[in-house]
Design a protein around this ligand. Structure first.
Ligand SMILES: Cc1cc2nc3c(=O)[nH]c(=O)nc-3n(C[C@H](O)[C@H](O)[C@H](O)COP(=O)(O)O)c2cc1C
Length: 350
């Protein structure tokens, strides 16, 4: 069954998505900006917002960084329709505390809250806090047990759990979710253990931006893994550059590529802090692109018609949530809503 296509945005938790120094988009990761961005996205018809989680700015520690969970709670109170998805790195919060926070934001939002489990790449962020940065596959073993506890608590179950990492006794959280079983669970990560976790416990898998054939292969891989319950659903991150003509879009792509080249020092710093085992890094290295999490590698640079057709092809392949990035964000988000969304609706109707 194909679900309707939902379109979301990345909140600007650490400012610009493609290049840090852009005269057209001064650095700003403040609450004030993000609040305005999300309220506008909601009024333009966007369906969800992902609030990524980083405690320290991963690019430059002297730059501001929006805190995901407190900001998500505030966004929940200020908005009325958009789904709010807060990222969570399991090693940062005990599952009981996190499940309680998730249920609180579920109540504030009136049933529009979701978590996105991400198993971390930034060794420095974790180790400098004095926390344990486990090796890649062990992070997934920890994350799977963590999510099992969180899932049952978010469902309102009384939890008894004696595991390898967590011992929880007679725990029950109230108020439970109303009108549905629990907040939605997304997972962002691409490695084989990430795919197992998705098949076992996620509602939606967020895939890094990449060409259609690669995405089709990833979807087939996850669909073939053991699963109980509803079929898993799929989301894709993509950086969009859309213009009236393909030439104009390519010119803007080159402008952003040139600006991104000025971030070489930042990229080297990020690379030095990144766990070399993470799949995201390998995917990102395969393609020339701008933006994070695959950036434009899904082929979303082109005319309005080309971009709409490409996104419709991903939808036909099983992607039902698109998570968009732009730069400068607000201007391009409006352009997309005005020019690409109607074309997409038209293609879907056809
Ligand atoms: C849609 C999406 C969102 C992500 N958000 C975050 C985030 O908020 N914080 C973070 O540290 N990593 C984030 N990540 C990166 C994951 O932490 C990263 O993919 C991790 O290394 C998982 O390992 P794997 O890709 O090897 O499975 C995100 C990844 C995706 C696909």
């Amino acid at each position: 069954m194909t679900h309707p296509l939902r379109i979301g945005i990345w909140a600007l938790v650490h400012g610009n998505r493609a290049a840090l120094n852009d005269p057209e988009e001064p650095y700003d990761a403040s609450w004030r900006r993000n609040r305005g961005l999300v309220l506008e996205a909601e009024s333009l018809g966007y369906d969800c917002v992902l609030v990524a989680q980083h405690t320290m700015n991963p690019h430059r520690t002297d730059l501001g960084q929006l805190e995901a969970w407190t900001a998500s709670a505030a966004l929940a109170a200020e908005t009325s329709r958009i789904e709010i998805i807060a990222a969570i790195k399991p090693m940062l919060y005990h599952p009981v505390v996190l499940a309680k926070m998730a249920l609180q934001i579920e109540e504030i939002s009136g049933g529009r809250f979701a978590i996105n489990l991400v198993n971390a790449w930034n060794r420095k962020e974790i180790e400098d806090a004095g926390l344990v940065f486990r090796e890649h596959d062990e992070r997934y073993a920890y994350g799977a047990e963590w999510l099992e506890v969180v899932e049952r608590l978010m469902r309102g179950e009384e939890v008894q759990h004696q595991g390898r990492y967590f011992q929880v006794k007679d725990y029950v959280l109230r108020p439970a979710a109303r009108g549905r079983a629990r907040p939605r669970i997304y997972v962002g990560g691409e490695s084989p253990p990430a795919r197992d976790l998705v098949a076992a416990r996620a509602d939606v898998w967020f895939i890094n931006g990449q060409p259609l054939e690669d995405v089709q292969a990833l979807i087939a891989d996850v669909r073939a893994r053991p699963r109980q319950g509803e079929p898993v659903r799929f989301g894709l991150s993509t950086f969009v550059i859309a213009r009236e003509t393909e030439e104009e879009a390519q010119a803007e792509y080159r402008r952003l590529l040139d600006l991104a080249a000025q971030d070489a020092e930042i990229k080297a710093y990020v690379k030095a802090n990144t766990d070399p085992a993470v799949a995201m890094r390998k995917t990102q290295a395969k393609f020339q692109s701008v933006g994070t999490n695959g950036g434009t590698a899904a082929g979303t640079v082109g005319s309005y018609d080309q971009v709409a057709a490409r996104l419709a092809a991903f939808h036909a392949a099983g992607i039902d949530t698109l998570l968009t990035q732009f730069q400068p964000f607000e201007r391009e988000m409006r352009r997309f809503a005005e020019n690409v969304m109607p074309r997409l609706a038209h293609l879907r109707a056809a």
